[in-house]
Design a protein around this ligand. Structure first.
Ligand SMILES: [Zn+2]
Length: 329
């Protein structure tokens, strides 16, 4: 891994997930305390590969002293409770995320309820909504509850014997995206906030503070773009992402992402100008059958870009018989 040039004490262990994204990166930091950033999904195979990866670096699960979590998604947190129990490691996560992590089933159920409400409102067929809810429930087992020992605040310092990371809350991909910034080395641990080979999905999930639930939908893409603007300002030499290879030239990559989202918003605006459409109709136009199997993911994408267009005053959203349609302004 080329990141050794920046920090030879940081190692990538990429372990398998059942998700389309493929392997997830766990970052082992050989410092005091011995730290693992992210854990992989809750599966025997993931645990087995993590143990092999740790052994190749001369460590065991029992040696871990600290576990740091970048965000709430199951491919990053699933094994946390198992690893913490076996090692006694202190689990560190954003304070506002702790209640979600400590009752994973309840949080997942509430997120699924929100997803169902958003899907129905934005034109997804009722039978499909019911089927997808069952799929979501089946995936829940890849996650699991974990007790948070240390609740991190945005801006605080997470200290080690030989380094210090600044905690940065940068929501968007998920409400809890947390970056860890090593200013001395110009190294940013980014989770899924910035990934080299794919654009991060601004997934619609409940806000950590609970406000806006039940009324409006979350505005994940708007939050994400604001977070990216903040990240772009960091003098980062290298970004260690949650999936794929380390990223250099993060500012150029972020500019590419801005362009991608602007282009997608323009394309969606053209579709709405052709005729008023629901977000699900737009998703089917853009992604075909994927908009069915991944109805909520693609809906999150469309609604994120619809928010950009709404903000600009280019479109309006109208509710007719409980289904929302977008019209040109
Ligand atoms: Zn991920």
């Amino acid at each position: 891994v080329s990141d050794a040039a920046v920090d030879p004490a940081v190692h990538r262990i990429a372990i398998p997930t059942p998700f389309m994204v493929g392997r997830v990166n766990c970052w082992l930091v050989e410092d005091e305390p011995l730290t693992l950033v992210d854990c992989g999904p809750n599966s025997g195979r993931a645990l087995d590969e993590l143990e092999v990866g740790l052994a190749a670096l001369g460590h065991r699960v029992e040696d871990l002293q600290r576990i740091v979590l970048t965000h709430q998604h199951v491919d990053h947190i699933g094994l946390a409770a198992v690893l913490a129990r076996r090692s006694g490691a202190e689990v560190c996560a954003l304070a506002a995320l702790a209640p979600v992590l400590e009752d994973h089933a309840a949080a997942a159920e509430a997120d699924d309820e929100l997803a169902e409400r958003i899907m129905r409102r934005h034109g997804v067929d009722g039978d499909l909504v019911t089927a997808l809810r069952a799929v979501a429930r089946a995936y829940r087992g890849w996650g699991g509850s974990v007790h948070v020992d240390r609740r991190l605040a945005d801006g605080e310092t997470l200290a080690f014997a030989n380094r210090a990371w600044t905690v940065q809350h940068r929501p968007g991909h998920s409400p809890s995206d947390t970056l860890f910034w090593d200013a001395e080395r110009g190294m940013l641990i980014a989770g899924d906030h910035l990934i080299g080979h794919i654009s991060s999905n601004p997934l619609l999930q409940r806000s950590l503070t609970g406000d806006a639930d039940g009324k409006d939908r979350p505005h994940a893409l708007l939050a994400y773009l604001a977070s990216l603007r903040a990240t772009r300002e960091l003098p980062a030499r290298i970004v260690l992402p949650g999936h794929g290879d380390p990223v250099t030239g993060h500012a150029a990559l972020i500019d590419d992402r801005f362009e991608l989202h602007a282009k997608r918003a323009r394309r969606i605006l053209r579709l709405i100008r052709e005729r008023p459409r629901t977000a699900h109709e737009i998703a089917r136009e853009l992604w075909g059958d994927v908009a069915i199997s991944q109805a909520f993911l693609t809906l999150s994408e469309v609604l994120g870009h619809a928010d950009l267009l709404l903000e600009r005053g280019a479109v309006v959203e109208r509710l007719e018989r409980d289904v929302a349609r977008f019209y040109p302004a």
